[in-house]
Design a protein around this ligand. Sequence first.
Ligand code: ZN
Ligand code: ZN
Length: 176
Amino acid sequence: MNRVILDVKDILGDVGAEKSYSFERDFNPIISETTKLAFSKPVNFDIIIENTGRGVRVKGRISSAVFLECSRCLNEFEFPVEWEIDEVFVTETMPGEDVYTIDETRIDLGPPAEEAFVLAVPMKPLCHDACAGLCPVCGEPLDEHHRAHEEEKVDARMEALRQLLEDKGGESARKA
Ligand SMILES: [Zn+2]
Ligand SMILES: [Zn+2]
């Protein structure tokens, strides 16, 4: 679990007070039973934290990029992720309320950030919309580096020969 701890004590005594933060954090890969997300660059936070009376509200923009595997060609590619955060942290939760809490004077932006990154990733990622996938012969991606196979040419010649022989065979059969 990545932790992004901010101490908000500067604004806690003063309802309506706000403070802006702009910083970067390296994130460890997010690993769960269903997900493995590795970051290709630090996570950038550009946020304003406001004292709402019951706690603080965090608004702003969080961005980074993750490595994904293309669901067609299996190549790894970088996928940029950016989202608007709008999250409330309270000093005391009401019964049944599912919100983040302030730990003394500190909040942790790690959990909401991880949740947003996991949700932002497509179920079937594609390196390009037009990704042609993998060659059925060699298993390599069908991109500009891929060359037609010698076997295919040989196969084509064999096929022509086979048809020729078949035609001849047909003729002699008719003659007989
Ligand atoms: Zn692809
Ligand atoms: Zn091939």
